[in-house]
Design a protein around this ligand. Sequence first.
Ligand SMILES: *Cc1c(COP(=O)(O)O)cnc(C)c1O
Length: 376
Amino acid sequence: MYDIMTPGPTQVRGNVLAARALPCTNPDLDPDFFTFYKETCELISSLLHTGNQTLILGGEGILGLEAACASLTEPGDRVLVLDNGVFGKGFADFVRIYGGKPVLYTTDYLHTLDVEALAGYLEQDHDFKYATVVHCDTPSGMLNDISRICPLLKSYGILTVVDSVSAMFGEEVRVDDFCIDLLCGGSQKAVSAPPGLTFVTVSPAAWKTMKERRTPIASFYANLMAFDGYFEKQWFPYTMPISDIRGLRTAFENIKADPDMLKRHARIAQAVRTALTSCGLTLHTRDGWSNTVSVFDVPAGTTASAILTSLREDHNLMLAGSFDVLEGQVIRIGHMGENAKEEKLAAVMKALDAVMAKLGVTLTGSLEAAYLRSLG
Ligand SMILES: *Cc1c(COP(=O)(O)O)cnc(C)c1O
């Protein structure tokens, strides 16, 4: 077993694993399970600071994104796709699959989305049913300011779909204050449960839009409406993965019991970034650094795969490269959820010191020492 310090999946605490090992009831028939599911959803809503309903769907993070688009999109709908990263752009595919017309608002991939510039664009064109926004675009670690972007979109009556799968609980998310209609999360990032579940918070405006559709939702598994009234009807559209949901509940109880979580993420992320830059490495993006993941350019004279292989083979440690337009160009350190512990990042820094030395990359100091100094 490797120490996984990737930006998801993250490490899973023992009490979450234990909850997944409990005996199983029949989740289609047992009224206690319906109550357990509903209370778990309510716990998620409260931790995301919203009165909106949460639904847990039996599928990986991607299912939440697809369900949001499938449930809102009708043929011909114009949808604004905010694109300053791989996941940002990816939303266009979901819009297209369900017959919508994605309008890409593409900016460079090195800077956080400029809210003033977006405001200027929207003055000219705001005829969109909804917009998609990625909170942390994980392949580059780019953080976008959803606290300003979503209220701006809502001021034009545009519904907001936010992918915060890799940001929430490492970065602040206040669904009601930020005016988020559909917020998508996943089990395997800062929530620190194993992969397999996604959850979506649904605003009254989003429910209304779904209910007033002229055409049926062109999906069964990705249809959020299929959950409407599940508790009253005591009926789920498909059998719920009960063990996964038990684990998820415990992961959220862990979050609830950890009021310093956001502060800890900020402290550790700051120390990691300071260590990397003070030793001569380059953060990939110019700004918009998420407190959940740090991404640095592969230094000259070596390759991403040499760094990752040595970390794995010599130090039993798994970091991540990246993909799509960033394939082979960067290394990603995940410091979210269970991974966001001071001593775990100290171990990552120490291993990186050794790997860089082995590969002949000269740093201008010790990453580990700089990290520990910066933590204070
Ligand atoms: C991890 C992640 C998802 C879920 O995608 P998987 O590749 O299936 O894990 C969705 N959006 C973002 C931004 C993510 O980081």
